[in-house]
Ligand binder design. Structure first.
Ligand SMILES: Nc1ncnc2c1ncn2[C@@H]1O[C@H](COP(=O)(O)OP(=O)(O)OP(=O)(O)O)[C@@H](O)[C@H]1O
Ligand SMILES: O=P(O)(O)OC[C@H]1O[C@H](OP(=O)(O)OP(=O)(O)O)[C@H](O)[C@@H]1O
Length: 338
């Protein structure tokens, strides 16, 4: 089947085709009952039970497609959206500096090109984009890297970061008040674009420092690097274009995904407690809205059912035990809807 000719009338939804966000994104789609079968090597899959087509793209390209409105919805990293926006701004700023476009055209094109709107934080893919230098080297502050070589896949965010740093340094030297941030195309720091294994750049003599993602810190440590600043923090997000083709469907998908995320983040805690301790118990575990309380056959006792954040459940169970709660059960939640 020629899938490209079956896209008419379907909401286009971009999903990371590989890498760190791929599996978690597929799990979300499954949880949201978005059913599809992806043919081997094909980057488009038609959804069977909804008028949606999934487009599998590199996470870094998704903000371009969504930002320009060719794709309605996408899952990618917040870092990638910021990198894309910084790139769009840098491109049109350079064109304005060269006199190719007017300031009005610059604003208009930036508006058109960077049209991603965040719908929802998806809570996975958490990482930091950090400035890193050799652990045993002489660089200790980001300013030490001004005028040096920086390896990164996040060229535009790195350019923006070092442009700010250079501006701060120049202003401090002049001893004047800090003026509003103004970027020029003349950066003294050299940003070297690398598409992967960025952490090897310092050891190989390609760069003096790098700007790269850090999660556990294992890669950084193994490469003998240390962080000296954070450019931005990121998690995976659901983004939409400014004018999606079917807003009701976007809302439906967002509601389903929100339900799956809540189910992943919460557990259901059930316990019995003496009615006299109910207020104390409610303070320990107030729930998402409020606990459900039902009477027990036994006089003076109630059964409580409450949603608790998964990461807080152990200390909450300890506290409930301390006030005499019994038969404390913790149950996984398959799905939710507010
Ligand atoms: N170590 C990490 N931990 C958590 N999230 C990460 C990590 N590395 C990257 N990410 C997130 O996943 C996104 C995609 O990164 P990833 O390295 O998987 O990309 P990729 O599409 O496989 O590209 P590449 O071929 O450059 O590796 C990043 O923009 C970031 O939001
Ligand atoms: O702090 P850590 O948990 O060690 O994770 C950080 C690493 O993860 C990412 O790379 P990835 O493994 O996705 O591969 P890449 O180098 O090809 O981008 C990132 O670029 C770091 O290298």
């Amino acid at each position: 089947m020629d899938l490209v000719n079956h896209l008419e009338g379907r909401l286009l939804f971009a999903v990371p085709k590989k890498g760190r966000l791929n599996q978690a994104a597929l799990n979300l789609l499954e949880g949201a009952d978005i059913q599809f079968r992806r043919e081997n090597r094909l980057d488009i899959a038609l959804v069977k039970n909804l008028p949606i087509a999934l487009i599998f793209l590199p996470a870094a390209d998704i903000p371009t497609f969504v930002g320009e409105g060719q794709v309605d919805l996408g899952i990618t990293g917040w870092d990638q959206v910021q990198e894309h926006d910084a790139g769009v701004r840098a491109l049109f700023r350079a064109r304005r500096f060269s006199g190719e476009i007017t300031p009005e055209e610059e604003s208009e094109r930036i508006f058109k090109g960077s049209g991603c709107e965040t719908v929802l934080d998806l809570g996975f893919g958490g990482c930091k984009l950090q400035v890193q230098v050799p652990e045993k080297g002489s660089y200790t502050s980001p300013k030490d890297l001004i005028g040096k070589n920086i390896g990164t896949s996040f060229v535009h965010l790195a350019q923006k970061y070092f442009a700010n740093l250079e501006l701060e340094e120049d202003t401090a030297k002049e001893g004047t008040d800090v003026p509003p941030v103004k970027f020029t195309s003349k950066l003294r720091t050299k940003i070297i674009e690398l598409s992967g294994s960025v952490e090897a750049a310092c050891a190989l003599g390609v760069a003096d420092g790098i700007v790269d993602l850090v999660e556990s810190g294992e890669t950084m440590k193994a490469a003998g690097l240390k962080p000296i600043d954070t450019v931005t923090e990121s998690t995976a997000i659901l983004i939409k274009s400014r004018k999606p083709s079917n807003l009701d469907l976007v809302d439906l998908i967002a509601a389903r995904i929100r339900g799956v995320i809540t189910a992943q983040q919460y557990v259901l805690c059930q316990y019995n407690v003496e009615r006299s301790e109910l207020l104390a118990a409610t303070k320990i575990a107030p729930g998402k809205r409020a606990p459900t309380v039902t009477s027990l056959e036994e006089d003076g006792w109630v059964a409580v059912s409450v949603m608790v954040e998964k990461k807080k459940i152990a200390p909450i169970m300890d506290e409930l035990s301390k006030i005499g709660a019994t038969d404390i059960l913790v149950l996984d939640i398959a799905n939710t809807r507010s």
